[in-house]
Design a protein around this ligand. Structure first.
Ligand code: ZN
Length: 407
């Protein structure tokens, strides 16, 4: 019950006495006769900081409450250090930015959790605070965007009312008569209650700001349905400001790129997407027309081989899909065998024939691809496959060998 931060979250510099020095999992750790350092618990991460004695400085890299109960005399908190310090007096400093960020978010969490009960009867069943994200899990999966906005608005009204945040201790029997949002199970002795100006009352061991106004702002960043619960990610104070800055910079850059104001951005992007879609359609039509024209030219130059007209052609750096479409267009004419290939970083062969033309393309392509060090196959009328890099002359020779095999 005597954790110093229970009744004073603002003392971040103090002197103390190292009363025991030991190791924890190979790391040096010390017990102090008094400490304001917060140990990881209740969803809130530990403080960081330093212990100094003269020129000796050790970083406090982890804080662990070894007993993890409130009945001790406060000496159960182990300060894990980056270097050993021997017993004796030290000056301690808790990292201010990290602690204040935790205090703002933890207090913001209490307010937001109560706001969700008011607005949607949604209870908080989980809380997580890390340097990257702060989330609560609500026991509802069907929260509407309007309910989420309403809870956010209510939480900010409480913050702007600058409601006082007070801490008091009650017995378990007394706690049972109070409208607590959350009661830790099976707790003996005194309970620490955090009261936010009558708006929210709950049992909690975390560090909190003294007035709701210090939270500054609570902004919900994202909600995500997870089974029967909803995870709500939110930002308070400096994190909300940093997020606002980043989003403003994005909107500014987009506005400059599209020469439009923030209000018109959505419409401007929608217009760009429409234009891109129309251009893609136009390109598809034009390339189909070009392929048809190319197929007609190749057919006009085709040589008669027995019962079929043979189109044999080696290209360089053509897309396999385009090659396949060209072969399909050629095979739509009567009595055609098309043996196409492309050279380049990757070779690709497509063999196709009309329904009435001779030859088994699937069989024919296998030795051709094998000669190129590649693989593939297909049906009697259409086959394709690829291989490693090869020059146009090599591909042309491979096609010529396939044409000879066909005859
Ligand atoms: Zn709390």
């Amino acid at each position: 019950m005597t954790h110093a931060y229970y009744t004073d979250s603002y003392t971040l510099e103090f002197t103390a006495e190292i009363i025991a020095a030991e190791t924890l999992d190979g790391r040096p750790a010390v017990l102090l006769d008094r400490s304001y350092f917060y140990p990881t618990s209740g969803g809130q991460p530990h403080d960081t900081g330093e212990l100094r004695r003269g020129g000796e400085i050790a970083r406090v890299v982890d804080v662990i409450d070894r007993e993890n109960d409130d009945s001790g005399d406060g000496n159960t908190v182990l300060h894990v250090l980056d270097r050993p310090l021997s017993p004796g007096p030290v000056a301690a400093t808790i990292d201010r930015g990290r602690r204040l960020d935790h205090m703002r978010h933890h207090t913001g969490q209490h307010i937001l959790s109560r706001a969700f009960i008011h607005v949607a009867e949604a209870e908080t069943v989980g809380f997580h605070l890390s340097p990257q994200t702060v989330t609560i899990d609500l026991d509802r999966a069907d929260l509407s965007p309007e309910a989420i906005d309403a809870a956010e608005t209510l939480a900010n009204e409480v913050i702007w009312s600058d409601a006082p945040v007070s801490v008091r201790f009650v017995t378990a029997a007394e706690a049972a008569t109070l409208p607590l949002r959350k009661t830790p199970p099976g707790r003996d002795g005194l309970l620490r209650l955090v009261d936010i100006g009558g708006f929210d009352l709950t049992a909690c061991g975390g560090t909190h700001v003294a007035r709701a106004g210090e939270v500054g702002l609570v902004k919900i960043a994202r909600t995500e349905r997870r089974g029967a619960t909803t995870r709500v990610e939110f930002l308070c104070g400096g994190r909300a400001l940093a997020d606002y800055r980043q989003r403003q910079a994005i909107v500014r850059d987009l506005g400059a790129a599209l020469t439009t104001g923030p209000a018109e951005l959505t419409a401007a992007v929608g217009k760009l997407q429409e234009e891109a879609k129309a251009l893609r359609n136009e390109l598809r039509q034009k390339s189909a027309a070009l392929l048809a024209l190319e197929a007609a030219q190749l057919l006009a130059a085709a040589e008669q081989r027995g019962d079929a007209r043979l189109v044999m052609r080696a290209f360089t750096d053509r897309e396999p899909d385009e090659l396949r479409r060209l072969a399909t267009a050629l095979a739509e004419a009567d009595g055609v065998v098309a043996l196409l290939g492309t050279a380049g970083e990757r070779t690709h062969l497509v063999f196709a024939r009309s329904a009435d033309a001779p030859g088994a393309m699937g069989e024919l392509i296998k030795p051709a691809l094998a000669a190129l060090g590649g693989r593939g196959g297909g049906s009697p009328t259409m086959a394709q496959g690829g291989g490693p890099a090869a020059g146009e002359a090599t591909v042309a020779a491979t096609l010529a060998a396939a044409a000879a095999a066909l005859a």
